[in-house]
Design a protein around this ligand. Structure first.
Ligand SMILES: Cc1cc2nc3c(=O)[nH]c(=O)nc-3n(C[C@H](O)[C@H](O)[C@H](O)COP(=O)(O)OP(=O)(O)OC[C@H]3O[C@@H](n4cnc5c(N)ncnc54)[C@H](O)[C@@H]3O)c2cc1C
Length: 471
């Protein structure tokens, strides 16, 4: 029997544990916070559950454009609906705990031993687990997988107090809507929270160190999001760097690097994450890390040390739950001698759950602008029949393909349901379908996905790319 020890029970760890058990390993999972990890307990599951409530509010806000009115005949529809944040957060928290329990049950049913505690490397082929009650156990480990994730980065002058100066894990403790929420950071986490709270009716000030929000996303997509944020009343302080946050009376004051101050009731610090790799005994175990503290891995999740693998956010490869899970599974397939293909990031779909949301896969516009030889087309949402019927105007679908063969290599969707609409493009990228094959599949009329087929038709190899027309 092969002894497998996994440190960290997020998607990188628990998905690996399931594969390890399936392939006949004796698997022990050491997790200090809760099964499901940050993904389930504080990051993906809670944030997307909160955003589900915010999405409904966004639709309520847009209802009058479709001709709907309050039954009373007075006031505005949006003024008749408010978010009970205590109830929203209660649902969010219960949902996360229930999901964690489900995963624990599945692991236990698969014969995986779970130790609630902290793990670290302990000499060759061993892991030391210190349980919550202080008991220490040295576990034999023919294979070790480290999947310890990241935690919120903190600025020394803006330390979270869990009440008014908050990191993203602390947002679900709020019982009442902030009156003025300052969000520091306009990356994915900052933009998602700013979008959600704005939709819930909160005055939001977004402090962005860059010229435009979502600096790592498709530039035109980010422009749409910035435009929607601004046109619906969010304040965005671009090219502004927050250096400090302090409590003052019933509120907070955020100081910017140029000396300006911003006042609010609460501030969310969303300035990235740092890997949980300090106390794992990595140096003694000869596990190489990068300057940022991430564990260096190859495409089959091997570290520099024999028998030690790593997966997920602590590797800094691609901060997504889906990638963490795949890295974890690959580690098990490789170490336990099953068939394995190296990690391929080309077909990873990613989504930013703003309103509208931004999904992308494969080759990006930035890569094409930098010289990658591909053709592309953008179909604005406002030219799509279904979008018109639904009153949607902000967004687009972009498709990229190789010039001669027409093989689909990437795409971007900005739409309310972008996370679902990206799938046909992701399928085309991973199966190396051509634009003609993509165009030949029937789409429902009317549907937003009709724009994907239309974009594919326009990209027919050899055809001149015409200006968009309504269809
Ligand atoms: C607000 C937010 C929203 C997000 N939304 C999405 C999304 O919608 N979709 C998506 O794909 N990704 C999303 N992500 C990213 C996603 O959360 C991460 O990519 C994912 O959690 C990575 O999984 P992991 O297994 O590497 O780490 P984690 O989920 O962080 O799990 C690591 C676990 O290891 C434990 N641990 C650490 N050190 C030790 C130790 N020494 N001993 C024992 N246990 C230890 C930690 O307690 C933690 O539970 C979001 C991130 C944030 C911050």
């Amino acid at each position: 029997m092969t002894d497998v020890v996994i440190i960290g029970g997020g998607p990188g760890g628990y998905e690996a544990a399931l594969v390890g058990a399936q392939l006949g390993g004796t698997v022990t999972l050491v997790e200090r916070q809760g099964i499901g990890g940050a993904a389930v307990l504080s990051d993906v599951v809670p944030s997307k559950s909160l955003i589900a409530a915010a999405d409904v509010m966004s639709r309520v806000r847009g209802a009058e454009r479709l001709g709907l009115r309050p039954a009373s005949g007075h006031g505005r529809i949006k003024d008749g609906v408010t978010a009970d944040l205590a109830a929203v957060n209660d649902r969010v928290t219960k949902l996360a705990i229930a999901q964690s329990d489900d995963i624990r049950s599945r692991l236990e049913a698969s014969g995986i031993r779970i130790i609630s505690g902290t793990g670290r490397l302990h000499g060759p082929d061993r892991v030391l687990a210190v349980a919550e009650d202080g008991r220490r156990e040295v576990l034999p480990a023919d294979i070790t997988l480290i999947a310890t994730g990241v935690r919120p980065r903190e600025l020394p002058e803006a330390m979270p107090d869990g009440e008014r100066i908050l990191n993203w894990t602390q947002m679900y403790g709020l019982k009442e809507l902030p009156t003025r929420l300052i969000v520091v950071g306009s990356g994915v986490t900052g933009a998602e929270f700013a979008s959600a709270y704005h939709a819930l009716g909160v005055e939001v000030v977004l402090i962005s160190s860059r010229a435009q929000v979502l600096p790592s996303e498709d530039e035109e997509a980010a422009r749409v999001i910035q435009g929607v944020f601004e046109s619906t009343g969010m304040t965005i302080l671009s090219r502004s760097r927050a250096v400090a946050a302090r409590r003052e009376g019933d509120g907070v004051v955020v100081t910017l690097s140029d000396g300006r101050t911003v006042e609010g009731s609460h501030v969310l610090m969303a300035v990235g994450g740092i890997p949980n790799t300090e106390d794992l005994g990595l140096a003694e175990g000869k596990v190489a890390t990068s300057a940022s503290g991430h564990i260096v891995v190859d495409k089959v999740s091997r570290t520099s040390a024999r028998g030690i693998y790593a997966a997920g956010d602590c590797t800094g490869v691609f901060a997504l739950a889906s990638v963490a899970a795949m890295q974890g599974r690959i580690a098990m397939w490789h170490s336990l001698g099953d068939a394995v293909a190296p990690l391929d990031l080309r077909s990873v779909s990613a989504n930013v759950f703003t309103s509208p949301s931004v999904a992308s896969v494969g080759v990006s516009q930035a890569e094409i602008d930098a010289g990658f030889n591909a053709r592309g087309i953008m179909m604005p949402l406002r030219s799509n029949a279904r979008a018109k019927m639904q009153g949607l105007s902000d967004g687009f679908i972009k498709l990229f393909c190789l010039p001669t063969t027409g093989i689909v290599v990437g795409g971007v969707v900005v739409a309310p349901s972008a996370s679902e609409l990206i799938h046909p493009i992701a399928l085309a990228v991973s199966a190396k379908l051509t634009v003609d094959q993509l165009a030949q599949a029937f789409t429902v009329y009317p549907s937003l996905s009709g724009s994907i087929a239309e974009a594919a038709r326009r990209l027919h190899p050899g055809a001149a790319i015409s200006e968009h027309v309504d269809y």
